[in-house]
Design a protein around this ligand. Structure first.
Ligand code: ADP
Length: 356
């Protein structure tokens, strides 16, 4: 409470200083302007009425009119200088982002389309952030139509592994191939057409529900959006909103609950209907009711699709074709749920912990 109070007081003090200066600027310059004009009239008047008559009354009045016209533009220059200073402060921050280095680049002559008919293959993939090794020679195969789950303690490299697929980062050792084609030999735009991604954070925009579901589609198709929403368990709550699919959801979807936001993102992935889905399943922050709805939605979505799912709740991956257990960037176990439980290793330990 004290911290908050101090911060508030400091903020108020700064704001008061800023406002005082800003509000004083205009009366101050008016005052100085008037002072100069008064002095001018006084000195000039004396000169006109002087016996020696340096110039006539008409000349002097003409001069005063021209001079008073100059006051405004000169004041304008002063405020322009202050605006420029403000702009300079912002441009430093914008530059820091605009000038940041792009590390994932398209190769010259990269293919502008890629097919996925067979399998995705990670072979001896290595990755590190700066000096911190995250994946150590990881190999994995995802066949078309399979659901592959990544499980393991947090920080074991699950998200990183999924991020390599659409090339949010490039592998630093080993290879990542789709149907035998290295992902580095494909344009990012073409590669990313293959994937639909539902991440932990729902990325939504201040726009209608329809436009959020059909993101990237120039001509959103309402019927397709409705179909997608039904699969994602979202149709029902969308119908209940005031304007249905045309309701605005507020900044980052603040008018919706966490579970609703998540289901909207799932609907978006279904609408795109990509060959591969990447689900960074995030149900931990949801209450039981919405968790169940999101869970059902995910299960609907996974049917008959190729899915790479990062599972926090192990109950959701029991039916996966393959479960990969990661620990400190290494695959320590892999197999089906039954096989891994029988093995009585890390996976079984995690299952037991969650049952508790
Ligand atoms: P998981 O998904 O299994 O929780 P992550 O793949 O997110 O694990 O992270 C693996 C490790 O890499 C963690 O130790 C994390 O601290 C680190 N890490 C993740 N993202 C970054 C990043 N952008 N920069 C630096 N380190 C990162």
């Amino acid at each position: 409470k004290k911290n908050f109070h101090n911060q508030n007081r400091e903020f108020t003090r700064l704001q008061m200083r800023i406002m005082r200066k800003r509000d004083l600027a205009s009366p101050m310059s008016e005052f100085l302007g008037s002072l100069v004009l008064t002095a001018l009239v006084w000195i000039g008047g004396n000169m006109v009425f002087d016996d020696g008559k340096t110039f006539t009354g008409e000349q002097f009045i003409g001069f005063v009119i021209v001079f008073s016209q100059l006051m405004r533009p000169v004041q304008g220059i002063a405020s322009a200088v202050s605006a420029i200073h403000k702009g300079m402060a912002s441009i430093d921050r914008i530059d820091a982002i605009a000038d940041s280095e792009v590390t994932v680049l398209d190769k010259q002559g990269a293919a502008n389309s890629v097919a996925f008919e067979n399998k995705i293959e990670y072979s001896n993939v290595e990755f590190r952030y700066a000096d911190k090794p995250v994946l150590n020679k990881v190999s994995l195969e995802i066949k078309k139509g399979q659901t592959v789950a990544l499980v393991g303690p947090s920080g074991s490299g699950k998200s990183t592994m999924a991020d390599l697929l659409p090339r949010f980062y490039d592998v630093q050792g080993g290879e990542l191939k789709i149907d035998g084609v290295n992902v580095k030999d494909v344009e990012q735009k073409a590669l990313r057409r293959l994937f639909g991604i539902v991440s932990q954070e729902s990325i939504l925009f201040n726009d209608s529900i329809l436009n959020n579901i059909a993101l990237g589609d120039v001509n959103p198709d309402l019927n397709r959006a409705i179909e997608a929403a039904k699969i994602a368990n979202a149709h029902e709550f969308i119908e209940k909103t005031e304007e249905g699919y045309h309701s605005n959801i507020g900044d980052r979807g603040t008018k919706l609950s966490g579970g609703q936001r998540q289901r909207l993102c799932i609907a978006r992935a279904v609408y795109k209907n990509p060959p591969v889905l990447i689900l960074d399943e995030a149900t931990s922050a949801l209450d039981t009711e919405s968790e169940k709805l999101v869970q059902e939605a995910l299960e609907n979505v996974m049917k008959n699709r190729t899915v790479l799912v990062i599972a926090h709740r192990l109950s959701t991956v029991q039916n996966a074709d393959k479960i990969i257990v990661l620990e400190d960037g290494n695959i320590v176990e892999q197999g089906t749920h039954a096989e891994l439980v029988a093995k009585n290793g890390l996976y079984n330990k995690l299952v037991k912990m969650q049952n508790l």
